[in-house]
Design a binder for this molecule. Structure first.
Ligand code: ADP
Ligand code: MG
Ligand code: MG
Length: 920
């Protein structure tokens, strides 16, 4: 018995797993759909190579190697040490150069690339393989020593930063290499990097290396092999740098994915005036228009374009600069869009007139662009309607409902000379707020409740948290593909970039505008229009979005509202495929009207307690609570009845026959009484009763744990006259509205039911009152009596409860609290670290349904209930009803509808359509 086992346990002879995938020369081991293994960059480099596009050859080290690296305390998987040199030899052969060769050296880039795009979060090193010997060879071979030393100084700088960790030591210190570089330019009396000659660059290399020695206490590695392994380790290491971790949290990317490493033969955009580098989108990522969109710089390398070092030229200018390369690029644009059937974001380099492709990925876009591109591509027959529906992020639709500046107020601001400058319109919408020059300042001000515009010369990944906290982002440098633009768009921020007239002085804490006599400081107000690029001094009131103007305000004719028309088209398609019904949570007629305008098919939750706070109602409500006898309570309730009835009439009227679910009173009664003595005295005086009576009643109502206390149906069971009054108000309103010619379908919902007897008691009252009212008013209408399922016992005994109920609505806010045993109001201190730091829940369970826990309980309840009563109507009315992942779950477990806040209705409609389409 023991022997064969021991034999089986012996490790198989070490056959190293494949870690390396080739691309180049029209072939590749990988494909676009291998992102999990090769990262997005590696998979798409492979795909482009297969398409026959000009991709410099290279290889990808898989993400598994990175996962292994972290699982083994920074060790490489077996075999990698042999596989890398073999793959490198293949690159050498493909380009006819040798790594470390002093005559004709091969230089490579070592590039990070994870499964999901994380722009600028991890590291890349260019020109690797240079040392004092190979640089001389490169200079000789190209006859261009300036170029060779430009590569060398870039390499030492990048390697020194990324691998050797020479970074600014304080917040205010500039990049130490940049400081040396600035100093050199000053000494040589030149303005641009490109003006430095070969000698100056050679000196810089020596000075950079000396800086590394003194600051880091290490010598700069000269051996190309050593350089390569240092770079590979650093790229793996960059997966766990702080900004990458923050980015992953913000974008729900698991830490376990790891990054791939791409080692690729270098091509050079810095070889002279006929060389250059650029980035482009196959369509405009801000508006979605079908125009080639991008920018480039001649005589530049890699990051120069995005880093905002020099302001790049628009891609159209490339046609004059280099017509051949431009024509080729236009052809590739078509090839890529036809092949990927989507908008692509590309990186290219032109080396002495020859075009090379260095990256492509599906382009990030604003919500507006996403909608326009999806609709356009259906028209162009690139994608189907179903695909179009899948292409738009449901959450993004909220962006289309966002305000824009009030046109009159904006004109007035222009007339008053408050238009300071114009930059590039990088992220649409209107935002006004106070200036913060630093990310932590932006966070602090936002935490104090201010609206903040982050104003920077340029942003970097370090600014991520500050960008997330700000309402808008404004930069002085950088183009449409700069870090600020890319990340800002993705976050859905209002964003204006490359506003060159702005003169920002971080040290002085001032913002000046060239040619203007204006000095703004931190905390001063500015307003930015991310759809036009305009920057204003002071705030400007915003006006509702086009969609809201058409649907809610009815101040705009749809014929003049193109954004509205796109929105409406997409919504129409969504409605054609979704199975889930969509309702809204609305307590007032105007909310109901808004919900209906956004496409809600009914009200899923009308909370009656909000009505008690209204004009004239709080008095009788308090009388009711302070009542000492049933008679007194009835007297107070009869004063409330006409108010409630009028409220319900209003709701029924605007809902025009759509179903309306009304919940009977839910919160504990002490919420309606004042808690400080002065207010209690005032109340007593008003009601002409002794102060002590008020005080004693408040004390008597005090609860240690109100969430689990005397609330929900418990109130209506102990005080049946409350439920009776509410039922009467609902049904009399229904009768009146019905008689006036509008159909009504009231659904009375009893909250917090855990035991079937609770519902029986309450339903009996409701049904009796319904009969009485119909008889008294001489009119008949359909109505339902149902319950919320929001405590675990209700879910566990759903079959029993279903026998008495006409419908269930999952109250997932309370169901989450009671299932997790977490009070939402007390969860702040631990729930954030639970999600962010310890990964206990992948997302806040009060925002996105905890499917494994709360969801399991819902599933069980649905199964039990449907078995007992197949025609039972099932819905959800918690916050989760408008959150796309939760909507998908509700679809999967077979609910009939979801209900969410009015402005989330479009989101829910699209999410429901995507759920119906299933995974793609
Ligand atoms: P990121 O993911 O931050 O964009 P990349 O790996 O794409 O980093 O590289 C940074 C820059 O260097 C890009 O502009 C890219 O085009 C350029 N680059 C990368 N590899 C090469 C190469 N082999 N030859 C020339 N330029 C390169
Ligand atoms: Mg890139
Ligand atoms: Mg509840």
């Amino acid at each position: 018995m023991a022997r064969p086992q021991a034999r089986a346990a012996r490790p198989a002879p070490a056959r190293a797993r494949r870690r390396i995938y080739w691309f180049g020369g029209g072939r590749a081991d990988g494909r676009a759909d291998m992102k999990a293994l090769l990262g997005g960059k590696g998979a798409n480099l492979a795909e482009m190579a297969r398409l026959g596009l000009p991709v410099p050859p290279g290889f990808t080290i898989s993400t598994e190697a990175c996962t292994y690296y972290y699982a083994h305390g920074g060790g490489y998987p077996p075999g990698l040490k042999e596989q890398v040199p073999a793959a490198l030899a293949r690159v050498e052969k493909a380009v006819g150069r040798r790594f470390g060769d002093p005559q004709k050296p091969l230089l490579v880039s070592v590039r990070s690339g994870a499964r999901a795009s994380m722009p600028g979060m991890m590291d890349t090193i260019l020109n690797l393989g240079l040392n004092d010997r190979t640089v001389a060879g490169l200079a000789r071979e190209t006859g261009n020593p300036r170029f060779a030393y430009d590569c060398y100084r870039r390499f030492v700088q990048m390697y020194g930063d990324v691998v050797l960790g020479l970074k600014p030591e304080t917040k205010t210190e500039r990049d130490p290499f940049e400081t040396v570089l600035e100093e050199k330019k000053r000494a040589r009396r030149v303005k641009l990097d490109t003006d430095l000659d070969a000698d100056a660059l050679r000196e810089l290399v020596a000075e950079f290396k000396a800086l590394v020695r003194t600051r880091k206490g290490v010598r700069f590695p000269e051996e190309p092999e050593e350089q390569l392994w240092g770079a590979i380790g650093a790229v793996f290491g960059s997966w766990m740098n702080e900004r990458a971790i923050v980015y992953r949290r913000l974008n729900a990317i698991p830490d376990t994915w790891g990054t791939a490493v791409n080692v690729q033969a270098m091509v050079f955009g810095n070889m002279g005036p006929d060389s250059g580098t650029g980035v482009a989108f196959t369509r405009d990522p801000a508006t979605g228009e079908n125009v080639f969109y991008g920018e480039f710089l001649m005589n530049a390398q890699g990051e120069d374009v995005v880093a905002g070092v020099r302001t790049p030229l628009p891609i159209a200018a490339l046609e004059r600069e280099n017509p051949k390369a431009y024509a080729q690029l236009m052809k590739i644009r078509r090839t890529l869009e036809r092949h990927y059937r989507d908008v692509m974001d590309i990186e290219f380099t032109i080396q002495q007139g020859t075009l090379y492709m260095l990256q492509c990925r599906v382009g990030k876009r604003t919500a507006l662009a996403a909608v326009r591109i999806a609709l356009d591509m259906v028209r162009e027959r690139l994608i189907t309607r179903d695909e179009a529906l899948r292409r738009v992020e449901p959450d993004g639709l909220e962006q289309l409902l966002r305000p824009t500046f009030d046109a009159k107020a904006k004109d007035a601001a222009v007339a008053a000379g408050r238009l300071l400058a114009r930059g590039l319109a990088a992220g649409p919408g209107a935002a006004a707020g106070r200036i913060a020059f630093h990310a932590d300042e932006a966070e602090a001000r936002t935490a104090r409740g201010e609206s903040v515009i982050l104003v920077r010369i340029e942003t970097s990944p370090e600014d991520l948290r500050g960008m997330a906290a700000s309402r808008g982002i404004l930069t002085a440098r950088g183009g449409m593909t700069s870090h600020a633009a890319l990340v800002g768009r993705q976050m859905g921020k209002v964003c204006v970039v490359g506003c060159e007239a702005l003169l920002i002085d971080y040290e002085a804490g001032t913002l000046r505008v060239s040619g203007r006599d204006v000095v703004l400081r931190e905390g001063d107000e500015v307003a930015i229009d991310g759809s036009t690029g305009e920057v204003f001094q002071g705030a400007i009131p915003a006006a509702p979005s086009e969609v809201v103007q058409v649907l809610i305000d009815r101040t705009r004719d749809p014929a003049t509202a193109p954004v509205y028309r796109m929105f409406a088209q997409l919504m129409k398609w969504a409605d054609q495929v979704r199975r889930l019904g969509i309702r809204a949570n609305a307590d007032q007629p105007d909310q109901g009207a808004a919900a209906a305008a956004f496409g809600a098919e009914g009200i899923g939750l009308c909370r009656t307690e909000h009505m008690f706070f209204g004009e004239g109602k709080l008095g009788p409500m308090r009388e009711m609570i302070l009542a000492e006898t049933v008679e007194e309570r009835r007297a107070a309730l009869s004063k409330l009845l006409p108010f409630q009835r009028a409220d319900f009439e209003g709701i029924f009227e605007v809902m025009q026959g759509r179903p309306v679910t009304i919940r009977t009173i839910d919160p504990p009664l002490h919420e309606f009484l004042p808690h400080d003595e002065a207010a209690q005295r005032e109340l007593a005086a008003q009601m002409r009763i002794p102060f002590e009576r008020v005080r004693d009643r408040v004390e008597a109502l005090h609860e240690f744990n109100p969430m689990l206390g005397f609330r929900g149906c418990r109130l209506g069971i102990v005080y049946p006259e409350i439920t009776e009054m509410q039922a009467r108000a609902i049904f009399e309103a229904a009768a009146h509205v019905r008689k006036a010619g509008t159909t009504v379908e009231p659904e009375v919902m009893i909250p917090l039911v855990g035991h079937v007897k609770e519902l029986m008691l309450q339903a009996a009252i409701v049904r009796r009152v319904a009969d009485e009212v119909m008889k008294q008013e001489g009119v008949r209408f359909r109505y339902l009596v149902g319950t919320m399922i929001e405590v675990p016992r209700g879910a566990l005994t759903a079959d029993e409860i279903a026998a008495v109920a006409d419908f269930f609505s999952f109250g997932t806010n309370d169901l989450t609290q009671t299932t997790l045993g977490v009070s939402r109001d007390d969860a702040g201190r631990f729930l954030v670290p639970y999600v962010d730091r310890f990964n206990i829940y992948p997302r806040d369970p009060f925002q996105s349904l905890d499917q494994d826990g709360v969801g399991a309980l819902m599933k069980l309840a649905v199964e039990k209930a449907r078995r007992a009563r197949p025609d039972l109507k099932l819905g959800i009315c918690g916050e989760h009803g408008g959150e796309p992942a939760s909507v998908r779950f509700c679809h999967a477990i077979g609910l009939d509808y979801v209900s969410c806040s009015p402005y989330r209705v479009p989101v829910a409609r699209l999410a429901a359509a995507q759920a119906a389409l299933g995974p793609d």
